[in-house]
Design a protein around this ligand. Structure first.
Ligand SMILES: Cc1cc2nc3c(=O)[nH]c(=O)nc-3n(C[C@H](O)[C@H](O)[C@H](O)COP(=O)(O)OP(=O)(O)OC[C@H]3O[C@@H](n4cnc5c(N)ncnc54)[C@H](O)[C@@H]3O)c2cc1C
Length: 180
C-alpha cells in the first residue's frame, strides 16, 4: 500500500519524493529508462531571484537557503556558484527594462546595477550597439549544478525509503469509490 505515487522523476518529482518520503511510502513512476531525460536535462541551470512572475520569484527566494546549505550528505559539491546575468534591450525596450529593474530591485537581495553603454561593452565586448541602449546586470545570479541537485533529491529520497521505478510509464489513472 502506497501513501504517495509521484508520476515523473524530473526535478519536480524527485524533490517531491525527497520531501514526502519521511514517514510515508512513496514511489516515483518514471516513464523513461533514467530520470532527468526531459526538461530537467535541458535547463540552462541559472538561479536568478529576479526571474519570472511574482510567484516564481517568491519560490526562487524561498529555495535559496536550501541551495546554499543543503542537508548534510545531500551532495559533495556546491549547488550554486556565482555567474551573474545581464538583461539587455534596445532603446524602444528601455521603459520595460527600467520597470523590471525597479520592480526586482525592491524585493530581493540581488546586486543589480544599471549599465551605461561603456559598462555594457566592458561586460560583453561583442554586444551589438543597438543593445547597449539599456541593460542591467544582476551580479547575484548563480549557476545551479542541476545534476547534483537532481541526483541529491533522488538519492536522498531512496535513502529515506522511497522507491524510484524507471521504465514505468503511467498509462491511465482511475478514481474508485474507496480511494485509489
Ligand atoms: C531550455 C530550458 C532552459 C531552462 N532554464 C532554466 C534555468 O536556467 N533555471 C531554472 O531554474 N529552470 C530552467 N528551466 C526550467 C526547468 O528546467 C524546469 O522547470 C524543470 O526541469 C521541470 O522539471 P519537471 O520535473 O517538472 O519536468 P521534467 O524534467 O520534464 O520531468 C517530467 C518527467 O515526467 C516523466 N513522465 C511524463 N509523463 C509520464 C507518464 N505518463 N508516466 C511516467 N512518467 C512520465 C518524464 O519522462 C519526465 O522524466 C529551463 C527549461 C528549459 C526547457
Amino acid at each position: 500500500m502506497q501513501d504517495v505515487l509521484i508520476i515523473g522523476g524530473g526535478m519536480a518529482g524527485a524533490s517531491a519524493a525527497f520531501f514526502l518520503a519521511p514517514g510515508r511510502q512513496v514511489t516515483v513512476l518514471e516513464a523513461e529508462a533514467h530520470c532527468g531525460m526531459h526538461t530537467t536535462g535541458r535547463s540552462a541551470a541559472l538561479f536568478i531571484e529576479g526571474y519570472g512572475n511574482a510567484a516564481i520569484r517568491a519560490f526562487t527566494r524561498a529555495s535559496r537557503q536550501f541551495f546554499l546549505e543543503p542537508p548534510s550528505g545531500f551532495c559533495d559539491v556546491p549547488l550554486l556558484t556565482p555567474r551573474g546575468a545581464m538583461l539587455i534591450g534596445t532603446a524602444a525596450q528601455r521603459p520595460g527594462l527600467e520597470a523590471l529593474f525597479a520592480e526586482r530591485g525592491t524585493e530581493s537581495a540581488t546586486a543589480m546595477e544599471w549599465l551605461d553603454p561603456d559598462a555594457c561593452r566592458s561586460v560583453i565586448p561583442i554586444l551589438r550597439p543597438e543593445y547597449e541602449a539599456s541593460a542591467f546586470l544582476d551580479r547575484s545570479a548563480m549557476d545551479i549544478d542541476v545534476d547534483a541537485l537532481h541526483q541529491g533529491f533522488l538519492r536522498g529520497a531512496r535513502r529515506q525509503g522511497a522507491r524510484i521505478a524507471t521504465n514505468a510509464r503511467v498509462e491511465a489513472i482511475e478514481r474508485v469509490a474507496d480511494g485509489l
